[in-house]
Design a protein around this ligand. Structure first.
Ligand code: PEP
Ligand code: MG
Length: 793
């Protein structure tokens, strides 16, 4: 058939070298069918029309002259862009198919139907422009896709409309800006068997983290029904992330993120026979459940890794799940274009200094901050109203919006996930964006001053008013080597990937309570005792948060394990020291449902805190959930680089009791390589260091509490702030003595308190005292590294 006219080429005979013939999208589908089928990648079968066929269509209908003349008239301002586009599109849609092309397309369609064992099967008809694969790649996808097309007549009509879509107003504008000749571009059509994702699900995935470029994870977005809603950002999809290096170990489940999306609607077939599609609202049950199960998430992760490996670069893919057979398909793959071109020698770090209240939240895109006035635009037809440099607020965006997105300082949308059009274009333009807020167009208004804050991880915050913020550039090209190992204190799991390029020796302190606060939000005892909770409103809130989980405590275990796993992932296989929860009672009480389970204390800082809670009947069951989360993290997910640390351990006898409770919960020190550290933050830890050293693998000095308790000064108080000095001789004595005694007993010692982060010169003193590791906040990492290198030489 393909010898006839070279109108049609089957995917299995195409490869990535055929871009000029069938465009980037179709050549890539062919490449995968040819090369990756044996490696488990399924691409729905189909064929592509060639760019020659397009040219033949234009020639046979004598459209070259029309196109050239219309463009000349447009350039001479004799007609408007809308008139130019519309007259060319109409001429194309009215054009006749050259007989040879028509016959070839129809024959291929029948063969495709036969291969599937049916007649007139539904197909997806996609455009693949042959000049599409150019630097501004996300501006690709400007041409149209038609889903659920059935029968010869409908297929040919869809094909003509694909051709016509090469002359949408935005495509013409785009070529004018880029300086492409309108008669040089061509279009290839991909005709592909429909995957029954209308009754399954579909979405987009990237083989790296889209926000940070972290190259060890796959990001997957998923929604019910056909995939267009995810691509366009018309729904807020589920978000999953898998950790690639552990994917091929059969017993592990390295899913480091699983967030339920609202999935407000789904795109389905409009009729059984007539073809076409429509959007319908999703059911309550659909909104409350994940589109993919764990096995499917892992399988897609593996497929993304396989495709990335094959192409030798980060990839951006669309996938679909057939609701009839349960099979997973890849329906598109193209190179990722933003992170793979980013400057890796430097990192910008944004810190909010002072900001108004948070008025709205969504998903953050990028890590930047921008402040300014809002310009709220509901319809693309109103884009003339846009004010340069304003913050664009809209429901969703599509390629028509790109011209004003380019002029915006930041973008806020109601709908869409991290792989939506708005997110992809914002990222490419280097703008902060907050997508999927749900209600931005209802609660924000024109001219309102706001700050768009993407500096804090997954959650993008919109603050009222113009905030004060700092931008710091960290250069990574000349980081000195040090013998003392410099680690990171990481708090927010959703921001952890930001720091993957820092050459740290792991994470010296991950405070579990921060993860509980940001991700879990519920007091563990309130989950254990959910049925008997007195407050109905609290129960309703907990029910909402835990809707995707069978048992309430599982929500705590899984959410905590996943939050911690993102911190472990950024360092793996280097160690990550996870400290069990160390809230004070007043802080635990603030967790959802917490008040019922916490005593009121005059001095929570020296109260029911740390080790004492873990074996107490008041919290023991809560601690058991913490232990289960660590077990899941280490054994189910595979992050065996996690080390456990016990905070505020007052006596060796307490240490024994805690270690016993841990062992009862499946975390015996030494088993499966589990190391257990203790904080060195109470004078008793120093005075009885040899006894603690017998019970633990190492110490990490908490200079914050150690200073508080050595000098007797409230660490948070303002009155005596001047006297609160970690370099006070008494505190220095404590630190040096602990290092000496621990080393004498064969235990390792690090420091994870705030002192060296606040004052990098403090690190010199630690080096001189022979410390093994220093753990600091990421923004001070380079300064500390430099001071340590100096001190060592
Ligand atoms: C410390 O006390 O120095 C420490 C690191 O722990 P936290 O600040 O969490 O009490
Ligand atoms: Mg402390």
């Amino acid at each position: 058939m393909q010898t006839e006219l070279k109108t049609v080429i089957w995917f299995e005979t195409l490869s990535r070298g055929d871009v000029a013939l069938v465009g980037g999208k179709n050549s890539s589908l062919g490449e995968m069918v040819q090369q990756l089928g044996a490696k488990g990648i399924q691409v729905p079968p189909g064929f592509a029309t060639t760019s020659d066929a397009f040219r033949e269509f234009i020639r046979a209908n004598e459209l070259n002259a029309l196109i050239a003349d219309t463009m000349e008239d447009l350039a001479a301002h004799k007609i408007t862009l809308q008139e130019a586009g519309s007259s060319i599109r109409t001429a194309i849609v009215k054009g006749d198919w050259p007989e040879a092309s028509r016959a070839a397309i129809v024959a291929a369609y029948h063969e495709l139907s036969e291969r599937s064992g049916h007649s007139d099967i539904p197909v997806a008809v996609r455009s693949s422009a042959t000049a599409e694969d150019l630097p501004d790649a996300s501006f690709a996808g400007q041409q149209e896709t038609f889903l659920n097309v059935r029968g010869e007549a409908a297929l040919l009509a869809a094909c003509s409309r694909c051709y016509a879509s090469l002359f949408t107003d935005r495509a013409i504008t785009y070529r004018q800006i880029q300086g492409f000749d309108h008669n040089q571009v061509a279009l290839s059509i991909g005709v592909q068997r429909m995957v029954r994702s209308d009754i399954g699900g579909s979405g987009v995935m990237f083989s790296i983290d889209t926000e940070t470029g972290f190259d060890k994870v796959v990001l997957i977005n998923a929604a019910w029904g056909l995939g267009e809603n995810v691509v366009q950002g018309a729904v807020n999809p589920d978000e999953y992330m898998v950790y690639k290096p552990l994917l091929n170990q059969p017993d592990l489940v390295p899913i480091v993120e699983k967030t339920l999306g609202a999935k407000e609607k789904k795109m389905i077939y409009a009729g059984r026979t007539g073809g076409d599609i429509k959007n319908v609202p999703t059911s309550r049950a659909e909104r409350a459940s994940f589109v993919l199960n764990d096995a499917e998430i892992l399988e897609l992760g593996r497929q993304a890794a396989t495709i990335e490996d094959h192409y030798g670069q980060p990839m951006d893919m669309e996938w679909a799940k057939d609701g009839e057979t349960g099979e997973l398909f890849i329906v598109q793959a193209r190179p990722e274009t933003v992170q793979s071109r980013a400057d890796t020698g430097a990192m910008k770090s944004y810190t909010i200094k002072e900001a108004g209240p948070v008025i709205l939240k969504g998903l953050s895109v990028g890590a930047a901050v921008a402040a300014g006035r809002i310009c709220l635009i509901e319809h693309a037809s109103d884009i003339d109203r846009f004010v340069d440099g304003a913050i664009l607020v809209t429901s969703t965006t599509d390629p028509d919006w790109v011209p004003i997105m380019k002029r915006a300082a930041a973008i806020i949308t109601d709908h869409g996930g991290r792989t939506s059009h708005a997110a992809i274009v914002s990222r490419e333009l280097g703008l902060p964006a907050i997508v999927g807020t749900g209600i931005a167009t209802h609660v924000l208004h024109d001219e309102q001053e706001v700050t768009v804050d993407c500096s804090g991880g997954d959650a993008g915050l919109i603050h009222a008013g113009i905030a004060e913020y700092e931008v710091e550039e960290l250069r990574l090209d000349h980081v000195p080597e040090t013998r003392t190992r410099i680690m990171l204190n990481l708090a927010n799991p959703s921001a952890a990937f930001r720091w993957w390029r820092l050459p740290s020796e792991g994470v010296g302190l991950a405070r579990m309570e921060f993860v509980v606060n940001s991700a879990v939000q519920v007091h563990p005892m309130a989950l254990v005792n959910y049925d008997t909770l007195p407050d109905d409103e609290v129960k309703a809130q907990i029910a909402e948060l835990t809707q995707a989980y069978d048992a309430k405590p599982e929500f705590f275990v899984e959410t905590l394990a996943r939050g911690l796993s993102r911190i472990c992932a950024v360092a793996y296989p280097k160690p990550v020291i996870i400290r069990m929860s160390d809230f004070k009672t007043n802080e635990y009480a603030e967790l959802l449902g917490g008040h019922a389970f916490e005593p009121k204390e005059e001095n929570p800082m020296i109260g029911f805190r740390g080790a004492s809670r873990y074996y107490s009947p008041r919290y023991r069951e809560g601690f058991a959930l913490e232990c289960r989360a660590i077990k899941m993290l280490r054994e189910t997910m595979g992050f065996d680089n996690a080390i456990v640390m016990i905070p505020f351990c007052r006596t060796p006898e307490e240490a024994d009791r805690v270690l016993e409770v841990m062992a009862e919960n499946g975390l015996a020190r030494g088993e499966n390589g589990l190391q257990v550290y203790v904080m060195g933050e109470i004078p008793s830890n120093v005075i009885r260091a040899d006894e603690f050293a017998e019970r633990f693998d190492g110490f990490s000095i908490g200079s914050n509490d150690l200073t508080q308790l050595t000098l007797g000064i409230d660490r948070d108080g303002e009155e005596l702030a001047d006297l609160f000095r970690e370099d006070d001789p008494a505190v220095i004595w404590m630190i040096k003595t602990l290092i000496e005694r621990a080393h004498a007993a064969g235990a390792k010692v690090g420091l994870c308190g705030q002192a060296p982060s606040n004052d990098p010169a403090f690190a010199r003193l630690l080096v001189e005292a022979g410390i093994d590791t220093i753990s600091v906040t990421p923004d001070s990492f380079l300064a500390v590294k430099t001071h340590v290198a100096d001190a060592e030489s």
